[in-house]
Ligand binder design. Structure first.
Ligand code: IVH
Length: 677
């Protein structure tokens, strides 16, 4: 008696779970949360663990079965699984329509069912009395492989059909595919683990279905669309193909939502165009449209020719993948000094454009692909994505194929290249000198938080570099009024203003100058720490990795970058030149960590006349003060300029010590600062 209640409870739980699966995978409209679903599943597992004799093969807990002991068995298809004729332009589709009209001898428009051609793996699923009994690959169309155990792991494929009016025997045919997001994730994971990646989602789907261990297949993000039926015994199904699909959908199998009925060939061509425009946003790969005569009676009249039906055609999209030859592997220097290998390719039409170059990212990627000059490669350009070399066709490798050799010197400026420990990227460290890094470097150097050259914006820098008025940052300080004012859109007055701003920038601080050098990973905070720790640029230049790492912000990687930067003679030459041209700063008295300001919290308000706000902040910080934005109990000093804000009143009320600009200068002088008026 007890067993009967348990059997009933098990049946009810299984039915509930199957229904929730249907709502989730088919209708995209779950009724319960994932947590509630998990709870039902756990309940089922618990009961089945206590009563293992009551486990049934169609229970939702039984998706992962045992490995087949002797590999996959052969399965003979009861009805052959055919392929499709291909069409590549509108004319071929009109010809297809003409052939059909002639054969059927009709002059009215033919009704078609148009579908996306899913780029996956064709499978046949056999349901007997509603239970999934057998799943097979297409194989050669007559004999495939028994992949039932793997198919059972795909969550959207029902183990038991929904409803009750399904045929005793139902062979469903469709495509197992891997959605784009799942494919990207799978490949990223593989890359991280140093494993081989899949060329495309179709290969990934096919590889996943060919796993001998269903537990592995279960981890792969596979999905399924049904596009037709095979053997259905003596069952009577609807008269039209699209209605059959709708019926199958009610039994719990997924049907693609883009499928549409098109009356006449013009509508089919329109369907194709629309589908093509959606191609990159579907979330799964399709490689064309399949156009099928919709009436089954007409399909039967038309029959087959060799291995494909006369009643259907695949109107293919332009290819996303092509093979081509690697003519050379060259090295390019990017704006930040990164040196990137690039494959120069025999031009090839792929994904709608002619491609003749593809980045190879870094030497690790070259090793992973094992790509050599002379190789034939598979190039892929899906959507608007940049072209990517997916794999090398090793069997086509010529005897004289050559390996790419990483240059020891920067191909742009001849400086040393450096590979840091934690990076796969190799860089040119001559940031101040290398022409490839020129514009970026100058933009950074002139920016507000660096040398703060007012009015020297990105466009003007482009103009100055393009007109060869500046090559390196020190050339800024050699600019003449005459050459400047001759530039397009540059008046006399702007030239004078700019020269004034450049002149003003010569007086700077050590942290700003360090930051302006654009050393990799040396941001403002690190520059400040370095300046406070070493006190002078010479001390930093002389610092070895160990000394550099003594600075709290600096780890081995950053220390390596700093060291490599100052070991590059080209950089040192530019720094010397800057100093000769008048760029100067005050060295920091290192002991000043014990200054009156050290550890004190300072707030600024109002307009200072003798300093900019940023400059005052830099100096205060260099003497160990913390500069905060608002008055609190922790504030030690309020420094106020002209037209102070409400902070003044607040500080007064809280009894915070207040200093005007002159008193600030006096305080700074006590810390060792000398002010140039
Ligand atoms: S119908 C007899 N419909 O394309 C017609 N096939 O080249 C059988 N495919 O092996 C196929 N999406 O794997 C059909 N909506 C679709 C399809 C589709 C993808 C694949 C299928 C077949 C191949 C034919």
């Amino acid at each position: 008696m007890k067993n009967l209640t348990i059997v009933k409870e098990l049946a009810s739980l299984r039915q509930q779970i199957n229904e929730h699966n249907y709502r989730y995978y088919l209708l995209d409209d779950p009724l319960i949360s994932d947590a509630e679903y998990d709870r039902l599943m756990r309940q089922l597992v618990d009961i089945e663990t206590t009563y293992p004799e009551l486990i049934t093969i169609d229970s939702p807990t039984q998706r992962i079965g045992a490995k087949p002991e002797h590999g996959f068995h052969e399965v003979k298809h009861r009805i052959p699984m055919l392929s499709l004729e291909n069409g590549f332009d509108d004319q071929e589709i009109y010809d297809f329509n003409d052939r059909i009209s002639n054969r059927l001898d009709v002059d009215h428009v033919i009704e078609y069912c148009c579908e996306p051609k899913i780029d996956g793996v064709a499978v046949s699923l056999i349901y007997e009395k509603g239970q999934l009994m057998l799943a097979a690959t297409r194989g050669d169309g007559h004999v495939g492989e028994d992949i039932t155990q793997n198919i059972r792991t795909i969550p959207s494929i029902p183990l038991v059909l929904m409803g009750s009016n399904y045929p005793e025997l139902l062979e469903v045919r469709g495509e197992v595919y891997m959605p784009q997001a799942g494919f990207d994730q799978l490949n990223n994971d593989a890359k991280e683990k140093g494993l081989k990646t899949f060329v495309n989602p179709r290969n990934a789907a096919s590889g996943s279905l060919r796993q001998l261990d269903p537990a592995i297949t279960a981890t792969r993000p596979l999905d399924f669309f049904c596009y037709g039926v095979g053997d259905v015994g003596s069952a009577v199904l609807p008269e039209k193909h699209n209605e059959i699909l709708k019926k199958i959908n009610t039994w719990g199998l997924r049907i693609n939502r883009e499928i549409d009925v098109c009356k006449g060939v013009d509508a089919c061509v329109e369907f194709y165009q629309k589908l093509l425009s959606k191609r990159n946003n579907l979330g799964y790969e399709i490689d064309g449209a399949v156009i099928k005569v919709n009436h089954i009676k007409l399909q039967n009249q038309l029959g087959f020719v060799s291995r494909s039906p006369r009643w259907a055609i695949a109107y293919k999209f332009p290819a996303h993948e092509e093979s081509t030859k690697v003519l050379a592997i060259e090295f390019q220097v990017g704006r930040t000094g990164a040196i990137t290998p690039v494959a120069r390719l025999e031009p090839v039409f792929v994904g709608g454009v002619v491609v003749s170059n593809a980045t190879l990212h870094n030497m690790d990627e070259i090793a992973r692909l094992d790509i050599r000059i002379g190789d034939t490669v598979i190039l892929r350009r899906a959507g608007d994505v940049i072209p990517k070399v997916m794999s090398v066709q090793l069997e086509q490798r010529p005897a004289n194929a050559q390996k790419a050799i990483l240059p020891k010197k920067c191909p742009e400026c001849g400086s040393n290249v450096v590979k840091s420990d934690n990076e796969v990227i190799v860089r040119c460290m001559a940031g101040l000198f290398c022409p490839a890094q020129r514009k970026e470097m100058i933009k950074h150097f002139a920016s507000r938080r660096a040398m703060d050259i007012e009015g020297l914006g990105d466009k003007l820098i482009d103009q100055l570099v393009d007109n060869e008025l500046i090559h390196h940052v020190d050339d800024l300080y050699k600019l003449q009024h005459e050459s400047l004012s001759s530039l397009e859109r540059m008046g006399e007055k702007s030239a004078t203003n700019l020269l004034g701003a450049i002149e003003k920038s010569k007086q700077t601080t050590l942290p700003r100058f360090l930051y302006a050098l654009g050393i990799r990973d040396v941001g403002e905070a690190t520059a400040l720490q370095l300046a406070n720790h070493f006190g002078s640029l010479d001390a930093i230049i002389d610092g070895n990795n160990e000394l550099l790492e003594a600075v709290s912000d600096v780890g081995p990687v950053v220390a390596g970058h700093i060291h490599a930067f100052f070991r590059e003679q080209h950089n040192l030459d530019v720094i010397k030149s800057l100093q000769v041209l008048g760029v100067h700063w005050q060295n920091i008295v290192v002991e000043s960590v014990d200054s009156i300001l050290s550890g004190k919290t300072v707030v600024l308000t109002g307009t200072l006349v003798k300093f900019t706000r940023d400059h005052a902040k830099d100096i205060l910080q260099s003497y160990g003060a913390k500069v905060s934005g608002s008055i609190s109990k922790k504030t030690n000093f309020l420094i106020y300029g002209e037209e102070p804000g409400s902070k003044l009143e607040k500080a007064r009320k809280m009894g915070v010590a207040m200093l005007n600009e002159n008193e600030l200068i006096e305080l700074l002088k006590q810390c060792g600062y000398s002010h140039n008026e």
